[in-house]
Design a binder for this molecule. Structure first.
Ligand code: ZN
Length: 408
């Protein structure tokens, strides 16, 4: 264990119940919510903060925030996580829905989506099938008029939990939710109980890819709400441990996500040999690489400021919040641009940087625009050209340290 990390008592893995985990990365004083909308800069700056201390389980590869306190989470209305304003994401979403329908022969069936957000994806599954859908999400807001919702979908603005154990479905779908669950094994065992006597039911889960985060030194993908981080190994261990049979695990969205498909049948055992394994070096090196990465960005921003210019972030979501707090950018970043109008005239939790619409960019005359998700570079370049903005455009990955191969 690195001496820079506080000594932690014996850690038991919430994903496989194994012992022997060690901590490897910490960030203190991060906002406990990175996508809450604040209309007041002081409220945004004063918002409650928590600590991140990541541990890695050597048995199943699971990574989790040992300092995560569910009591600090107030997930519900005011939580703006939709990516539905990006054409790149919408195209991906539609393709994914078509893929799920093909994969599970999902026509005339019943689908449950756990953590359905504003219901965009479930509605696609219901309309393209057609299928009947039931979505759960505490942040679901029935009054939102900007979402195309299927007439075949019903929504419950609540956490999916023990009280919905009688819910029956042919497919349990869960996208970008498991990373918010601290007791992952307990959570999956509940779903397994809910499926009970339906041997044909299948699972489709999608989560951020922890292997990608480590390999790309993507520290901006580590934030408080994400208490659980998965590799194919830890995802497979979780599903198997909860009584599911994994049929496939594969990356999606330029390797940023991982998908796991599973059934309750035991006829198709998952081939563990196809899994990639994290080695201890790769995990330990993350902390060192983040330090180098942060330093490089700080120097770039200071040099820009010395020349009388400021940077603007493109993207006002959790990646932006993690970037400004981890790098400690201060006033060298003047704002974050977001294409989601619900975020305009709000302030980033933790630092209070203003979130503005693209049309306001010209007034700021930024010297540099840092793109929080490089997958949107082309889309943003087109938008900047339309707005006649000539600032330098760099992806957040620009100063990524080169990985040192430490395998013997
Ligand atoms: Zn484990």
């Amino acid at each position: 264990m690195s001496p820079t990390h506080p000594i932690t008592k014996e850690l038991h893995c919430p994903n496989c119940e194994g012992a022997g985990a060690s901590t490897f990365y910490h960030v203190n004083g991060v906002p406990t919510h990175s996508v809450l909308l604040f209309s007041d800069a002081a409220d945004a700056r004063n918002f409650q903060k928590g600590d991140i201390l990541l541990a890695h389980c050597p048995s199943c590869d699971f990574i989790w925030n040992t300092r995560f306190d569910p009591a600090l989470e107030a997930y519900g209305l005011g939580y703006e996580a939709t990516q539905a304003y990006s054409e790149t994401f919408n195209a991906f979403h539609r393709q994914l829905a078509e893929h799920v329908i093909e994969r599970f022969a999902l026509r005339g069936k019943r689908v449950v989506e756990i953590g359905c957000g504003q219901g965009e994806f479930l509605s696609l599954l219901c309309d393209l099938g057609p299928n009947e859908g039931l979505g759960f999400d505490p942040a679901f807001d029935a009054s939102r008029k900007d979402v195309n919702r299927s007439d075949n979908a019903t929504f419950i603005a609540d956490f999916y939990g023990k009280k919905y154990i009688d819910t029956r479905a042919d497919l349990f779908c869960c996208k970008m939710t498991l990373e918010h669950i601290p007791d992952t094994l307990d959570f999956m065992r509940n779903i397994r109980r809910a499926i009970g006597n339906n041997p044909d039911a299948a699972l489709f889960f999608m989560i951020p890819n922890a292997g990608y985060i480590l390999d790309e030194t993507a520290f901006w993908d580590v934030y408080y709400e994400h208490c659980s981080y998965f590799t194919p190994t830890s995802l497979g261990a979780l599903m198997t441990g909860a009584g599911f049979s994994v049929t496939d695990i594969y990356p999606a969205y330029d390797d940023q996500y991982l998908v796991v498909e599973a059934t309750v049948s035991t006829s198709t055992p998952f081939d563990k040999s196809s899994n990639s394994e994290l080695n201890g070096n790769r995990v330990r090196q993350f902390n060192e690489n983040v330090t180098r990465f942060k330093t490089a960005w700080r120097r770039r921003l200071e040099a820009l400021a010395a020349g009388g210019q400021k940077a603007v972030l493109w993207g006002g979501g959790s990646k932006a919040v993690s970037f400004v707090t981890t790098v400690d950018v201060g006033d060298n970043v003047s704002a974050a641009v977001d294409i989601n109008p619900h975020k305009w005239n709000t302030f980033l939790p933790g630092t209070g940087h203003p979130v503005i619409g693209p049309e306001e960019l010209a007034g700021l005359n930024p010297g540099l625009i840092i793109v929080m998700n490089p997958i949107y570079m082309d889309e943003i370049r087109r938008e900047l050209s339309r707005l006649h903005i000539n600032a330098e455009l760099l992806p957040i990955t620009e100063y990524m340290p080169r990985l040192v191969d430490t395998t013997p």
